[in-house]
Design a protein around this ligand. Structure first.
Ligand code: AMP
Ligand code: ZN
Length: 114
């Protein structure tokens, strides 16, 4: 989608520290990490957020989750555990309108989240 930051990262017109990619998804380091390990997994195709996803997106949504699992493994989080987060809309603080799954780890995390 024109003007979408994460579509530009997919197109490689905006640089990112890519840690994983396949035909369906891309993962890269978050530019403002909130944990010792903080990566984002995104579908290559533009989906604005989880609330805009449809049954046609079921495969890519599964691929995002499996890629998040692989990224967590690759970044050394398997043993200590990690958290996957999808922010949707205003109250959740979604700031980039291209679906992304945060992979957070490397420290204990509070529950409930803030
Ligand atoms: P959210 O608040 O859930 O929409 O998350 C968006 C995330 O994207 C934030 O954690 C930002 O730090 C991150 N972010 C914004 N711009 C970039 C960028 N150019 N490269 C990597 N991460 C980014
Ligand atoms: Zn996009």
């Amino acid at each position: 989608m024109p003007g979408c930051l994460f579509c530009n990262i997919v197109a490689k017109s905006t640089p990112a520290q890519i840690v994983f990619e396949n035909d369906h998804v891309l993962a890269f380091k978050d530019i403002r990490p909130v944990a010792p390990v903080h990566a984002l997994v995104i579908p290559r195709q533009h989906i604005t957020g989880i609330h805009e996803a449809t049954p046609a997106d079921v495969e890519v949504l599964g691929r995002v989750l499996l890629a998040a699992r692989d990224v967590a493994e690759q970044l050394g989080l398997a043993e200590g555990g990690y958290r996957l987060v999808v922010n949707q809309g205003k109250n959740a603080g979604q700031s980039v309108l291209h679906l992304h799954c945060h992979v957070l780890g490397g420290r204990p995390m509070a529950w409930p989240p803030g």
